[in-house]
Design a protein around this ligand. Sequence first.
Ligand code: AMP
Length: 324
Amino acid sequence: MTSTKQNDSDHVHVVHADASPVLVVGSVALDSVETPFGKADEVLGGSGTYFSSSASHFAPVQLVGVVGNDYPVHQLEPLRARGVDLSGLETADGSSFRWRGRYRHDLNSAETLETHLGVFSHFAPKIPEQFRRSPFVFLANIDPRLQLQVLDQVESPRLVACDTMNFWIESRRPELVELLGRVDLITLNDGEARQLTEQANLVHAARWILDRGPKHVIIKKGEHGAFMFTNESVFFAPAYPLESVFDPTGAGDSFAGGFIGYLASTNDLSDRAMRRAVVVGSAMGSFAVEKFSNERLLEITRSDIESRVQEFRQLVAFDAELPA
Ligand code: AMP
């Protein structure tokens, strides 16, 4: 599973050789989703599942989470086949985490119809000994108290990133603000950034977050692309203009999987690599929304990813010279 890295500036190649492992702790869910194009009932979902499906294209992934004894774990086999280590996935007595959501014509924002925590309400993540030294850690969207518990168990990671959502901003704000002081990077969408910071302007919102700890803030704007803010710079990548978006669920987690997976595959945390990672993340998010659940993420190949990344390049290529 290796591909060569080229330094040719005309080509952006994703690589897998010498990739570092990525630890992800997140939800493993059964999702029921309605979009203007169809319905899916109790399909594989969850922030951890989408992240792993995406990141496994670039790096070995270690997934920690919990499912109930009603979960169709055999459906996770394709993930195992892609090299995702599921030994940190616990099965607990009770029902699995379930999320029911609907998208109307604005596919950028999900309306949550039901969140059933099930076994998640008693979950205390236990990071297996063999995962504790993973250099890359992604705290996918789960209760910030659990995200903090994970940080107490890992040993000097190179990069810790986290995600969150409105549900936790409303119910666990103090823990979330504490978490900001302990992560290097956060990804969140524009609505969540405004809600968390109480700033209407996204540049102000990013500044508010940067002031509390993270060195990078990625604000996703659905079909309008994603911004990466640091104290020194702002980078923007558009979203891939897809002709048909089937189901937006998981786009954010797939973005994060592509972003972190790419960084783990290169072991490079320079600004140049971070910018590339935003584009790779955007490419992975665009695949995720082409089908329900993680279906599309599991069928794409390295060459599909490379061509889409090249298409992003074309999308923003222009001649900056103005006539004299
Ligand atoms: P995304 O569309 O990338 O923001 O994430 C969608 C996934 O998040 C779905 O597969 C849901 O199962 C999962 N999800 C929804 N609500 C929560 C929550 N409160 N905690 C953890 N995961 C959630």
